[in-house]
Design a protein around this ligand. Structure first.
Ligand code: PMV
Length: 323
């Protein structure tokens, strides 16, 4: 069995909308930070004695929509490698699943890497990034560590991620406030599609992202955490405006999400520079300079309890591990 470990990533400039739903070609570029604390270990073995794919996640066999996504993905690998064997897949997640902490990013980056190797393919990182994209858009970026850009491209060949800065050592850190770790009701797949089809603000979002990508890359090259945080926060709010403005409108936020946003605003008005971002779930991620960590933990720990705060440094790209 070949096992790969991939870390999740949180977008600082979000991907929210597909141009091609089958190939998962996005409407816009995006940019993320890979995190050290959240990852998936996935082992894959293709065997001629199996009569169906056998998939186990965190000790449980999976069925339904999640199983179909994995089987469809394994079909792509069988198609590329010419193999007809079914696979045994065993995955352990060190991420609360489907809670807006991008569990699908680490899951499909690890699966793409382990399954392609187990099928005898020797793919370079760009090819792995393209392959991971077929499972989940955000997985495209989890092939790489640190700060990563996903070029939207126009087809399967040209839509892949590339690292901007793999070793991130200028002090940026992220803290996840775990507000709710149960499975979300509206998947990112459904959510983004309804935004593309029904939000009147969608054309404006494309322009926002184009500008934010330029500004974010400048802020990264200046190693300016305040600028990075500010752009990421505005970008996240504008992404979430696409859910509120869809028809029917909805939100991934709950009351605690708003409480967290207010707490971060309060900290900032008291001179602690920290910023927030949210994905397809209620959890809030705080972006800050690690020198301010203690002040932020003190303040947020009083409101949300310290056990709900998970601190993460920038993390590495995918790798094959010995299990
Ligand atoms: O790749 P998906 O389907 O999990 O979508 C990810 C969407 C966001 O997490 C909200 C944004 C992003 O760029 O990761």
């Amino acid at each position: 069995m070949i096992t790969a470990r991939a870390h999740t990533n949180i977008a600082l400039v979000k991907y929210w909308g597909k141009k091609d739903q089958k190939l998962i070609i996005p409407q816009t570029d995006s940019l993320s930070l890979t995190l050290n604390e959240f990852y998936a270990d996935t082992g894959v073995e293709f065997r001629d004695d199996l009569t169906a794919d056998d998939i186990e996640i965190d000790g449980q066999p999976i069925t339904g929509r999640s199983a179909k996504k994995v089987k469809d993905f394994l079909d792509i690998i069988r198609q590329i490698s010419g193999s007809h064997n079914y696979a045994k897949v065993v995955s352990t997640n060190h991420v609360p699943i489907s809670a807006g902490l991008a569990s699908s990013a680490s899951a499909f980056a690890a699966l793409a890497t382990a399954a392609s190797k187990a099928a005898g393919l020797n793919l370079d990182r760009r090819s792995l990034s393209r392959l991971a994209r077929r499972g989940s858009g955000s997985a495209t970026r989890s092939i790489y560590g640190g700060l990563v850009e996903w070029h939207r491209g126009t087809d399967d060949q040209s839509s892949f991620a590339e690292p901007i800065m793999e070793k991130v050592d200028f002090g940026i850190e992220m803290m996840a406030i775990l507000i709710n770790t149960t499975k979300k009701k509206i998947s990112s797949r459904q959510g983004m599609q309804s935004s593309v089809e029904s939000s009147p603000y969608y054309p404006a979002w494309r322009k926002v992202v184009a500008q934010d990508m330029v500004a974010m890359k400048k802020a990264i090259s200046d190693k300016n955490i305040d600028q990075i945080g500010h752009i990421a926060e505005e970008n996240a709010l504008r992404m979430h405006a696409l859910t509120l403005s869809a028809d029917p409108g909805y939100t991934y936020f709950n009351g605690d999400t708003i409480r967290a946003i207010q707490a971060i605003n309060d900290l900032r008005s008291h001179g602690v520079s920290c910023y927030y971002t949210m994905d397809a779930g209620p959890n809030v991620k705080v972006i800050y300079n690690q020198k301010d960590r203690e002040k932020i933990v003190q303040y947020l720990g009083n409101l949300f309890s310290k056990q709900r705060l998970i601190i993460s440094q920038p993390g590495p790209g995918v790798k094959i591990i010995d299990k």
